[in-house]
Design a protein around this ligand. Structure first.
Ligand SMILES: C[S@@+](CC[C@H](N)C(=O)[O-])C[C@H]1O[C@@H](n2cnc3c(N)ncnc32)[C@H](O)[C@@H]1O
Length: 344
């Protein structure tokens, strides 16, 4: 019988899955000390690398041994380490860097995962059970962690943007980025399209960051930043409303409420753009299926299938017009349906 003995392949495979967090957190640890960034300048021996990053040399060698076996680094016989093509993606300056994503999967998010069974039992966020308040409320009380979260989101925008930039923006006028974080998406969009104006809307403590980003990009004259709560209402005055990685943070009831607030604010010929993951309806592994669980554990939210997105949009008063797949998320475009009542 295969896989029943303690030395069996099945046993080893399951042990490897159980210990998966060790690889994930080891990646985060070497990123935190800037090890991949140091190696971006060229291969280095462990003592030199340890001295340059503030690591303990013995521990660094053991971390790198594990991550080299995962294909992120190479070690030559003289003990010199170098980045592989995969490892390069952990460097902060690399296009499409996953450095910030590693950061997002650590810290309080990782602590929340230690109570994932709470989410399994209740269908609700383990984060709130561990930390005593929902994630975004908690961030509002923890400026350092909030700044790190905004930085990490901004770092992910680059790849997210691609299908958005390729869209036809002629005549779009003013774009409202609802939950626009620290304004990086708006800044890139307006830099690419000098004919557009923008409004970035987010929680008051977050839009301060957007104001800085847009001013530094020389875009203050074409933008406005507004602080508020998207469950209470979103700014009017736009023709195109963007929700980038917003609805996946929320369960259906709240997601529908956000859509309704956008519907109320936008003109009848306006457009709604979602940048979200689409969960494939097959039995194959897919990053969106893992992120779906992460949304549940952290926020009580969810990733959705193509049919679930269409259904959610309809409940929010919209009809899906198109879906364009990008490298990290799908651009779903919708138009407001007439005759939608402002309820909920
Ligand atoms: C996952 S982040 C996405 C940020 C940005 N759109 C992006 O693509 O990187 C979710 C954003 O929703 C904002 N948010 C959460 N609750 C909110 C609320 N009640 N009203 C307005 N914004 C809110 C957060 O501050 C955060 O910037």
């Amino acid at each position: 019988m295969s896989g029943t003995g303690t030395g069996g392949a099945a046993n080893a495979a399951v042990r490897r899955k159980i210990m998966g967090f060790i690889v994930s957190q080891a990646i985060h640890a070497v990123c935190e000390l800037g090890v991949p960034d140091r190696l971006a300048d060229g291969p280095a021996a462990v003592p030199e690398l340890a001295a340059g990053t503030g690591a303990d040399a013995g521990a660094l060698h053991r971390f790198l041994r594990v991550l080299a076996a995962e294909g992120l680094f190479t070690e030559d016989p003289a003990g010199t380490f170098a980045l592989t093509a995969e490892g390069r993606l952990l460097c902060a300056a690399e296009p499409g860097s996953l450095r910030h994503f590693a950061e997002l999967m650590s810290g309080e998010a990782y602590v929340a995962w230690s109570r994932a069974a709470h989410s399994l039992r209740t269908g609700e966020a383990a984060f709130a059970a561990v930390y005593g308040s929902p994630f975004f409320d908690w961030l509002a009380e923890h400026p350092e962690e909030a700044a790190r979260f905004d930085r990490a989101q901004a770092g992910l925008v680059e790849m997210r943007l691609l299908p958005l930039l390729e869209r036809d923006w002629d005549g779009a006028g003013t774009v409202v980025d609802v939950g626009g974080g620290n304004g990086v998406l708006m800044s890139a969009l307006l830099a690419a399209r000098p004919d557009l104006k923008g409004i970035v809307f987010d929680l008051p403590h977050v839009v301060d960051g957007a104001r800085r980003t847009l001013a530094e990009a020389g875009l203050a004259g074409r933008t406005r930043c507004a602080g508020g709560d998207f469950f209470a209402g979103v700014p009017a005055g736009g023709r195109v409303y963007v929700l980038a990685q917003i609805l996946h943070d929320w369960a259906d009831g709240e997601a529908v409420a956000i859509l309704r607030r956008c519907h109320e604010a936008m003109p009848p010929d306006g457009a709604l753009l979602l940048l979200e993951q689409v969960v494939p309806e097959d039995g194959e592994p897919h990053p969106a299926k893992l992120l779906d669980l992460h949304m549940l554990v952290l926020l009580g939210g969810r990733e959705r299938t193509a049919a679930q997105w269409r259904d959610l949009l309809a409940r929010g008063g919209f009809e899906q017009v198109s879906a364009t797949e990008g490298p990290r998320s799908t651009l779903i475009e919708a138009r407001p349906l007439p005759g939608v009542t402002p309820a909920s």
